[in-house]
Structures are given as structure tokens and as C-alpha cells.
Design a protein around this ligand. Structure first.
Ligand SMILES: [Zn+2]
Length: 107
């Protein structure tokens, strides 16, 4: 599979193909360099690590991929965890705004 129009979703270079992310049930187009380096699409990294807890809870295979992705996007791992924390807060706030089942008036 080598579609010349397919672009890597990390860096925008011509992609080798589409494959599963290591950080969630999602697929992206990646180029050879990003696959070799273990770079991930930023939003997939943030979303995939939501709920993990923190850096101390990471499995070893994830660490070099996280470092490579942060380096590519010129972000620190502290910034990554801040974004994950904000995502979790936004997620909680979203669900707190939803009407409770007994408030729906559907009975
Ligand atoms: Zn790439």
C-alpha cells in the first residue's frame, strides 16, 4: 500500500501506509521516519494516556514513544501531562452538565 497522496498524520511527509496507533483503538497514516522513531499523533497520545494516572504508571515501551512525540512537537512531558489533566477535567465537566436520567422527564 503506497498511495502517493497519503500524508503522515504526524509530520505531513508522504506516508508508508495506515496502521494502528500504539496508544489506542485508532489508526493513522505514518511515514517510515515517524514509525521508526515511534512518533504519535499528538491528540492520540493525549487521549490515549488519559486515565493512565501519571508518568510513574507508564509501561516501559511507551516511554521512548512519548519522548519522541514530545520532541517532535517541541513540547515537554510536563506539558503533555498538563494537557491530559485538562482533558480529564473537560471530560468530567462535560458529563456533569448532562441531565441526570431522572431529570429527563421521559417517564
Ligand atoms: Zn511522519
Amino acid at each position: 500500500m503506497n498511495d502517493p497522496k497519503l500524508k503522515c498524520e504526524v509530520c505531513g511527509q508522504p506516508a508508508l501506509g495506515v496502521c494502528s496507533s500504539a496508544f489506542g483503538a485508532i489508526s493513522h497514516a505514518y511515514c517510515q521516519e515517524c514509525l521508526t522513531e515511534g512518533r504519535e499523533v499528538w491528540s492520540t497520545l493525549v487521549g490515549g494516556l488519559a486515565g493512565v494516572g501519571g508518568p510513574a504508571d507508564l509501561v516501559d515501551w511507551a516511554k521512548p514513544r512519548i519522548a519522541a512525540t514530545c520532541a517532535f512537537y517541541k513540547k515537554t512531558e510536563a506539558q503533555l501531562w498538563q494537557e491530559i489533566d485538562q482533558l480529564m477535567k473537560d471530560y468530567d465537566a462535560y458529563w456533569m452538565r448532562q441531565p441526570k436520567e431522572q431529570d429527563s422527564g421521559s417517564q
